[in-house]
Design a protein around this ligand. Sequence first.
Ligand SMILES: [Ca+2]
Length: 237
Amino acid sequence: MSSEQDTERDLIVDTDTLGINDDALALHYLFALPRVPHLITTVFGNTTAAISTEHARTLTRDHLLDVDVVHGCEKPLWWHTPVREEVRGIVAALPAATYVAALRTDNDGFWDADVADGSAPAVLAAALTRSEGSDVLGIGPLTNIARALRGLGASGVARHRLWIAGGSIRSGNVTECAEFNAFADPEALQECLSAGWEANGGRIDVTAEELSLHRCGSDYSDYEAWPELVSRLKDIR
Ligand SMILES: [Ca+2]
């Protein structure tokens, strides 16, 4: 995504950024390239989409960037009662140390509250309709992107590319097979991978291996790749 030809493509980032997590690092990296997104949309995952929206806006403001940040989906694509209760049971049975973020079973605001989704899917669909060719970078659960696709049709998708953080080669980080973003909304992932993008690809192992995130503590104090980056992110947190 860094060649001169690629930088001419529009970039849309869909994220559940929170604090100085991996998504914040990804956004900062893009800002520094510079490969500034044309649009940032937020989704539930690490936290609520509403909170993620505030964090993403803080990040763009502190980088003096004028980028639209649009609030998106607060729940997975399929969220009627039998599905919700089945997933809640699966989460409850996971080992206690498993990273489930907003999906933790005592988070009643996620499981039980009827929180309104934001407009991100519609805004994303409109941006893709206007764009002659976009790279869509999905680094949270893919709910917004799946909903946007439903309004586009095959011809509206074919000139765009999808990049995701959501796969697993050796094992997932929630279950043996599932990485968090895939686990949080597998139906959305399936719809996204079934759409006729010009190209799609990406997996969470890229960040785990190349950026050595698996060696970091929760405050990234032992982050080895770009110590100056962590310092800057902490300053604007
Ligand atoms: Ca994420």
